[in-house]
Write a protein that binds this ligand. Structure first.
Ligand SMILES: CSC[C@H]1O[C@@H](n2cnc3c(O)ncnc32)[C@H](O)[C@@H]1O
Ligand SMILES: [Zn+2]
Length: 433
């Protein structure tokens, strides 16, 4: 057996407590063998974690990783104008190569920031899957289906692609890739297409992921057209079941929160995107009080504008307090849970918890820095003070993806050079200024 010991760090346990311990990893099956005293001499390889917090790898519950090529391209607009005037025209010119290079850039940023797993909705999913495989991370992937503006043939073909991609890619990358059926949103995919394809996804036991209740302009048309709230509409179309997860959930009424709790569907909270697009403030504490599983996501880098889950953690705590008008709301502990086990549970992944038998996915955060001194409470630091560059090592499935801030599975400088060129060529091809 090949083993890895992560030694001399403080380990963050699932109950939020922290203890000095070594972690012993079985690199052959990618699980945690033990958490205990002094495994330095017993292991095949050693990773130093003195002065560090050994946390579960962060899980980005909702993103569009290849949108990293559009970072900073279009800012300071609300969702619908941003999508229709800026993003969708450029996305129409995307090539598979653009999507691959964007995924390389985004996943590089993930690894540098301690993210070991993510959920992605986009186009050309086999390109993204290939980068997941090469980079060594985990992902739940789905082709993003949009039917608005398409004739019936094109709409059904898009949904068919969504189903095929989910069936084909499930289990890829030695099991690190799982999939979902991903209609873009309740307003951009027709009722007919949902009626035809949701039962097929259920038959194949594939979970469903979509944007929902993101801003008022997205909620009002459903209320006007169907006379019900969006999540009542979703539940009526079979889109709200255990294992399903929706992005945003900003504008939810009491009945919708109850529906989420009753069905065990989860919400991925994306606070930075919600603030930047002025979409609103999600009722995160109300969701937690109702027992809804809440994870965190960055959304794409074009509405964020980075992919740091530690930034997301801080934003979630800050915005959660404002939304609840209560400084005790959305505590550091609940945010760290959402960042790790909450997102993992929402995505149906077993990671997110440091315990024996769990997947060996870690973010090792260096606490030896002025902005993290003194360390009264590592959970507080993870939520409020640590940043992506404090991540020292990233491990996924027992494999070291980044050691001492050097990414081992991807070529950082080559990817950054290629991404800059690819983004410039994309904008030129799209006729964008
Ligand atoms: C059909 S693939 C995914 C699709 O979603 C777009 N997108 C990016 N961010 C958001 C957001 O916050 N709400 C809704 N849609 C978003 C992305 O540009 C792709 O077109
Ligand atoms: Zn999104």
């Amino acid at each position: 057996m090949t083993t890895l010991a992560i030694v001399d760090g403080q380990v963050l346990r699932p109950d939020g407590t922290v203890e000095y311990a070594d972690v012993l990893v079985d690199q052959d099956d990618g699980t945690i063998l033990d958490i205990g005293d002094d495994y330095r001499s017993a292991a095949t390889a050693v990773l130093e974690a003195d002065g560090c917090l050994v946390a579960p790898g962060f899980v980005n519950g909702h993103t569009h990783v290849s949108m990293s090529l559009l970072r900073g391209y279009a800012d300071d607009k609300p969702l619908q104008a941003w999508l229709q005037e800026d993003i969708w025209p450029v996305e129409a010119a995307l090539t598979p190569e653009d999507i691959r290079v964007g995924a390389e850039l985004g996943i590089l940023e993930f690894i540098k920031a301690g993210v070991t797993a993510f959920a992605d909705m986009y186009f050309e999913m086999p390109e993204i899957a290939a980068v997941v495989e090469e980079a060594g991370v985990r992902a739940r992937l789905g082709h993003g289906i949009v039917t608005v503006g398409k004739d019936d043939d094109a709409a059904y073909a898009d949904a068919e692609e969504g189903l095929e991609v989910a069936l084909d890619l499930d289990g890829a990358a030695e099991g690190r890739i799982s999939t979902a059926f991903m209609p873009h949103s309740l307003t951009t995919v027709s009722e007919d297409v949902l009626a035809a394809f949701v039962p097929k996804a259920r038959e194949a036991d594939i979970p469903i992921h979509y944007h929902a209740n993101e801003n008022r302009e997205e909620v009002d048309p459903i209320v006007d057209e169907h006379g019900m709230r969006p999540l009542e509409y979703a539940a009526g179309r079979g889109l709200l079941e255990d294992g399903d997860f929706l992005a945003h959930g900003v504008h939810l009424d009491e009945r919708e929160i109850e529906l989420l709790a009753e069905t065990d569907a989860s919400v991925i909270h994306c606070p930075a995107s919600n603030m930047k697009l002025a979409s609103g403030m999600a009722p995160v504490q109300d969701l937690l009080d109702a027992g809804v599983t809440v994870g965190l996501g960055t959304d794409g880098a074009a509405s964020n504008n980075d992919l740091s889950m530690l930034d997301e953690a801080r934003d979630a705590a800050m915005l959660g307090k404002l939304a609840a008008d209560d400084a005790s709301a959305v505590s550091a502990e609940s945010v760290v849970h959402a960042l790790t086990a909450g997102s993992a549970d929402a995505l149906g992944l077993e990671s997110g918890r440091l315990e024996v038998g769990a997947p060996a996915d870690f973010a090792v955060v260096d606490l030896d820095a002025p902005h993290l001194t003194p360390v009264h409470d590592p959970v507080s630091h993870l939520t409020y003070a640590a940043t992506a560059s404090d991540v020292r090592h990233t491990i996924c499935d027992g494999q070291v993806l980044m050691c001492d801030r050097e990414v081992l599975t991807l070529d950082e400088s080559a990817i950054c050079d290629r991404a800059s060129e690819q983004a410039a060529a994309l904008l030129e091809r799209a006729g964008a200024e």
